[in-house]
Design a protein around this ligand. Structure first.
Ligand SMILES: O=C(O)/C=C/C(=O)CC(=O)CC(=O)O
Ligand SMILES: [Ca+2]
Ligand SMILES: [Mg+2]
Length: 449
């Protein structure tokens, strides 16, 4: 563990608070155990407690929850029972909302208070929920029975381009092998403004987009279903309080504006993209669907997996120079289940720590011109490719723009076919426990006729 957040000094509120700082103080610890059974490989031990939004059944209203083992704890139910007794959350209606935006706006002191209260409430030694059969019945739901929905109302979505390996591979293919990485790339985290309206929750089908591709010879441009549909292995930061228009966020305070991370698939139609995006950047080649995982893993839960970000050369300008430059050691994997097959194949393995620009630099850069970020905004990291051929984060790179085929148990792919299902997973291995993100999946369905 390289870094620690300092623990805030609360005045001690009722019940769940009195022993909290001593026994449940800082970050993940192996000794912490829940009264709820958590399997050894579960992504959701008490050290994680990611936040999401769910419906217990399709007729009921959406409400915030946290994942614990194979269960979801209903935060609206435990809030109604008066179990959030801390100074910020007692009496707050932030968990009686259909999304997490109100909670996100409260900022890090509230997030820490919620985590501390929940770790205590769910611990094996705490009777308040453990021994209350009626409240348990009202507040704990088997995860496989609930419907997860988008946890945030996303006002704006931006996607960065922060893996050097991805930038180099794409640059080589799209712009040629001379200087594949543009000069500006080493001075600022490049991004494009994405489309928030088409962000969907894991499990949603992705309709193959139709659009224009490069003309061949003297013919008009190709028009029809994309012939080069791709996935992009990404993560995304969920913005907390944000900033007022005209007031940039200092890079050294940027972490206080990031609630946590999700997995993200920035589905991309390479043929549409290549033809449309000069000189203004991605548009319809990206905006037909972007999938996110349902559980937001907080920076507090990730703190035990913080690691040093890569050295940056040339040195960034002062507004991007961080006192502590942090990445997280998150193992990432993409599997494809080809249409009509039973089994999935792993097609790439990468790691969040492959990012050159940190999420805090991305956030600070986003606001440096005065642009305001708002609670629930989403900042994609960009495709997370590593240095090895097996760690490339999209089919464009893995098949070198369709020049090679990727073999998948009994079949092969250059790009995605209708019926293919792509699943991204991510996890951090702790000492005796795992902090995971669950899955980010989507199946490709045919373009409209
Ligand atoms: O290098 C290019 O021209 C294009 C790259 C991308 O499509 C990647 C993009 O969406 C940003 C990223 O995911 O890193
Ligand atoms: Ca992308
Ligand atoms: Mg997309």
């Amino acid at each position: 563990m390289l870094y620690h957040f300092s623990f805030p000094h609360y005045s001690l509120p009722p019940r769940l608070y009195h022993t909290v700082r001593r026994s449940f103080g800082n970050s993940a610890s192996m000794a912490l155990k829940s009264f709820i059974d958590v399997g050894p490989d579960s992504h959701f031990p008490i050290q994680n407690l990611p936040f999401g939004v769910f419906r217990p059944d399709s007729g009921s209203p959406a409400r915030p929850g946290v994942a614990i083992g194979d269960h979801v704890l209903d935060l609206s139910a435990v809030a109604s029972a008066g179990l959030f007794g801390g100074p910020i959350l007692a009496g707050s209606d932030c968990f009686h909302q259909p999304n997490l935006n109100k909670f996100l706006a409260l900022g890090r002191p509230a997030w820490r208070e919620a985590r501390t209260t929940l770790q205590k409430m769910l611990s094996s030694t705490e009777p308040v929920l453990r021994d209350n059969a009626e409240l348990k019945k009202k507040s704990l739901f088997p995860m496989d029975k609930v419907e997860m929905v988008l946890p945030i109302a996303i006002g704006d979505y931006t996607d960065f381009f922060s893996s050097m390996h991805h930038a180099k591979n794409c640059g080589t293919m799209f712009r040629g092998p001379q200087d594949p990485i543009p000069q500006n790339w080493f001075h600022l985290p490049i991004a494009y403004h994405g489309r928030a309206s088409s962000i969907v929750i894991s499990g949603t089908n992705i309709i193959r987009p139709r659009g224009q591709g490069y003309p061949s010879g003297n013919s008009p441009p190709y028009f029809g279903p994309s012939l080069k549909l791709d996935f992009e292995l990404e993560m995304a930061a969920v913005v907390g309080p944000g900033n007022e228009l005209g007031k940039p966020i200092d890079v050294n305070n940027a972490a206080d504006h990031i609630f946590g991370l999700v997995l993200m698939n920035d589905w991309s139609a390479r043929d549409i993209q290549a033809w449309e995006y000069v000189p203004l950047g991605p548009f319809l080649g990206k905006s037909f669907g972007t999938t996110v995982s349902p559980w937001i893993v907080t920076l507090e839960a990730l703190e035990a997996f913080a690691c040093k970000a890569p050295e940056q050369e040339p040195k960034p300008l002062p507004y991007l120079a961080e006192k502590v430059s942090k990445n997280y050691d998150i193992s990432l994997e993409v599997q494809i289940k080809p249409a009509g097959q039973k089994d999935s194949c792993i097609v790439t393995k990468s790691n969040f720590k492959n990012l050159y620009w940190t999420v805090t630099q991305q956030l600070a850069h986003h606001t440096i011109n005065g642009c305001n970020l708002r609670p629930g905004d989403l900042l994609g990291t960009g495709t997370i490719s590593g240095p090895e051929p097996e760690s490339r984060g999209c089919l464009l790179e893995l098949t070198w723009n369709g020049q090679n085929s990727l073999s998948l148990k009994g079949t092969s792919r250059k790009f995605l076919e209708d019926g293919d299902e792509v699943t991204i997973t991510g996890l951090c291995k702790g000492d005796g426990y795992t902090v995971g993100f669950g899955a980010c999946s989507g199946k490709v369905v045919p373009a409209p006729q």
